[in-house]
Design a protein around this ligand. Structure first.
Ligand code: MLT
Length: 265
């Protein structure tokens, strides 16, 4: 696997694998980084080129310059595609990665060959969610990202993962601690102000995998199912033994569904 920073662009990225088919680019959840996709990279890299960026201020990417909106992250994805000379890709995003993927669809639908929307939702934040993001941003700015390492695993992982898979819990905490307060505060603001993507769903023309954990309390199977119904060429998969980070909690199930999507193209 090679790790690159990207001069002139604020995202760093990892890439692995090769192949004649459209590459796969996977966008990470908040407050993690591209390393969360390691189980998918391992499964796919034998046959496809797989690219996993870090948003500015996360993982190995430099800090974000200003308060961005979700469009900023999508523009960064486009710059990365330009830089790597990728005309078309299979684009996947989990949770915040899905919010960024919706913006990519608005900006450059012609470059997206297929889509994976994992544990994400199209609707914007309620006023209550916005307020809790402001509060969290205040705490992270004052106390640092350690606050998130304490609180987020319980939000992101299902009970069974928390109790029986300490290695997954530690991996998640490790990624959280690689984030910078600036990157986290910026991402919280961008998620808080993201637009409603519900009207976009019926215009999606590419094969789409909608996938999520059975015990995801943030993007519930019901929310994901409603979203899938509005996307013309979609398949909805609910993964058992998984909460919000379904790709890490049930990697076998996730990889099987992703593999099916790729083989169908
Ligand atoms: C994520 O996993 O990216 C976040 O939980 C998304 C959110 O807070 O809306």
């Amino acid at each position: 696997m090679s790790e690159r920073s990207n001069p002139g662009v604020t995202m760093s990225y990892r890439e692995m694998g090769a192949g004649a088919e459209d590459p796969v680019i996977l966008l990470h959840a908040f407050p993690l980084n591209g390393r969360m996709w390691e189980p998918q990279v391992a499964a796919l890299a034998g046959e496809r080129r797989v690219i996993t960026p870090d948003y500015p201020g996360f993982g190995r990417a430099p800090r974000t310059p200003a308060q961005p909106d979700v469009r900023y992250y999508a523009e960064e994805v486009r710059s990365l595609l330009d830089r790597l000379e990728l005309e078309r890709v299979v684009l996947g995003g989990l949770s915040m990665g899905g919010y960024v993927a919706f913006e990519c669809l608005r900006l450059f639908p012609e470059r997206i060959a297929a889509l994976v929307l994992a544990d994400t939702r199209p609707d914007p934040d309620t006023e209550e969610m916005k307020e809790s993001r402001r509060e969290l941003a205040r705490r992270v700015a004052e106390e640092g990202v350690g606050v998130l390492a304490q609180t987020q695993p319980r939000r992101l992982l299902c009970e069974r993962t928390l109790e029986e898979r300490p290695e997954v819990v530690e991996r998640v905490k490790g990624m959280i601690l690689e984030s910078t307060p600036g990157g986290v505060v910026a991402a919280l603001g961008a998620m808080r102000d993201r637009p409603d993507s519900t009207p976009l769903l019926e215009s999606i023309r590419v094969p789409t995998l909608v996938i999520g954990g059975e015990e995801d309390a943030i993007s519930t199977p019901e929310t994901m199912g409603e979203m899938a119904k509005k996307i013309p060429h979609s398949r909805h998969v609910v993964l058992p033994r998984a909460g919000h980070l379904s790709n890490l909690e049930n990697p076998e199930g996730f990889n099987a569904a992703l593999g099916e999507l790729l083989r169908s193209l």
